[in-house]
Design a protein around this ligand. Structure first.
Ligand SMILES: Nc1ncnc2c1ncn2[C@@H]1O[C@H](COP(=O)(O)OP(=O)(O)OP(=O)(O)O)[C@@H](O)[C@H]1O
Ligand SMILES: [Mg+2]
Length: 355
């Protein structure tokens, strides 16, 4: 597999502040790669260096084998889709898409042909002469992407392109973007702070925090095997406990006083630690005494009905610590009521413990 992008020891400081603090990664050709992290962690700074709008303090950026440091943005085989789309409001759809092509001196006929083809691919056939300001949010989004893809970049960089859309439309566009990327086979580098976007669309996700990548992995692995406390907390819903290690073999006591046998992910925990348990890892109504499980009582406080995603808020044993538990899609649990106390358990391997 060829590598579209290889980044080595990339850094960017603004004065004393390290916005991007030593990043290494590569992206294989045709893959959907996301960079996921909280606001201010350095995502846009990283993307602007790849696009060539910002000079790195040090490090290397190779695109399709060629070093890009010192190469101006318009000479790089990349294109950037901005969060605010930056369409030209005075131009129609066709003119917006043709803009970049005109600057590359294609003939009028070639441009017409390319615009028509790309509109078909983004499901906007016949929209050439429509004014962009009359389009819906999702349609504008597709025009912005068509305008970039028509230039056939090796890499398309997308900086939170769904940020401006409402929730419902974002859900739709997530699926559509993934399909588009598949059809075009262009390498996508997608920035977001929304973990669900990253998980749904990507082949690989890099989780970024304070200018560094904490983990680069498949969505499935990120969710199932977070390597750091930050990743465990940031990716996917989870229940977090502050705890102290009371037995080096892997027993902790939570701040509320509950003992758990845990899966020690960090091997060098001294005493203070965090335990993370996914809502779906908690098994309700279990009796018995399996070696590899922790058992406790759940007092149901609130049922958060959300169709197939229904959850309950419950407290553990006689503590006040609330946790979130997924309600399995099983009629056995349909009668669960607030105020009930239910026996429950969780596998030791699902109680992940970090420094
Ligand atoms: N030109 C600049 N001068 C000084 N500081 C900057 C500059 N550009 C960015 N920063 C700082 O670098 C940090 C990273 O900014 P960046 O825009 O990369 O974050 P981000 O991860 O894209 O955040 P968001 O999700 O909010 O867009 C921030 O603390 C920001 O204030
Ligand atoms: Mg940003």
């Amino acid at each position: 597999m060829n590598q579209s992008l290889v980044i080595e020891s990339l850094k960017k400081s603004f004065g004393d502040f390290k916005a991007v603090d030593g990043i290494d990664f590569y992206v294989e050709e045709g893959k959907f790669f996301s960079i996921l992290g909280p606001s201010g962690c350095g995502k846009t700074t990283l993307l602007r260096m790849i696009a060539g709008f910002l000079e790195p303090s040090s490090g290397s950026i190779r695109i399709c084998g060629d070093e890009m440091i010192g190469i101006s943005p318009n000479k790089r085989p990349v294109n950037l889709v901005f969060q605010n789309l930056a369409l030209f409001p005075m131009m129609d759809v066709g003119e917006n898409i043709a803009f970049g092509l005109k600057r590359q001196n294609f003939s009028k006929k070639e441009i017409e042909e390319k615009v028509k083809n790309i509109l078909e691919k983004v499901h906007l056939t016949g929209y050439e002469r429509k004014n962009v300001s009359n389009l819906s949010g999702g349609q504008k989004q597709r025009v912005a992407i068509a305008r970039s893809l028509v230039l056939e970049p090796s890499i398309l960089l997308l900086d939170e392109p769904l940020g401006a859309l409402d929730l419902k439309l974002r859900e739709q566009m997530k699926i559509e973007l993934k399909k588009l990327q598949n059809e075009f086979g262009t390498t996508f580098i997608y920035i977001t702070h929304d973990q669900s976007e990253a998980l749904v669309m990507s082949d690989k996700v890099a989780v970024m925090n304070n200018g560094k990548f904490e983990q680069i992995d498949t969505p499935k692995n990120l969710y199932a095997n977070p390597k750091t406390s930050f990743v465990a907390n940031f990716v996917g819903e989870t229940n977090k406990f502050e705890a102290k290690l009371i037995d080096d073999a892997g027993v902790v006591k939570t701040k509320e006083g509950i003992d758990f046998r845990v899966n020690l992910i960090d091997k060098n925990i001294k005493k203070d630690c965090f335990v993370f348990i996914r809502p779906e890892a908690i098994v309700m109504m279990v009796e018995g005494n399996m070696e590899d499980m922790n058992y406790f009582d759940l007092s149901i406080k609130t049922i958060l009905f959300d169709g197939s995603n229904t959850k309950v808020l419950a407290t553990l044993n006689d503590t006040e610590h609330e946790i979130m538990v997924s309600l399995p899609q099983n009629r056995k649990f349909a009668h669960i009521k607030e105020g009930e106390v239910i026996s429950a358990g969780v596998h030791i391997s699902d109680c992940k413990c970090y420094e």
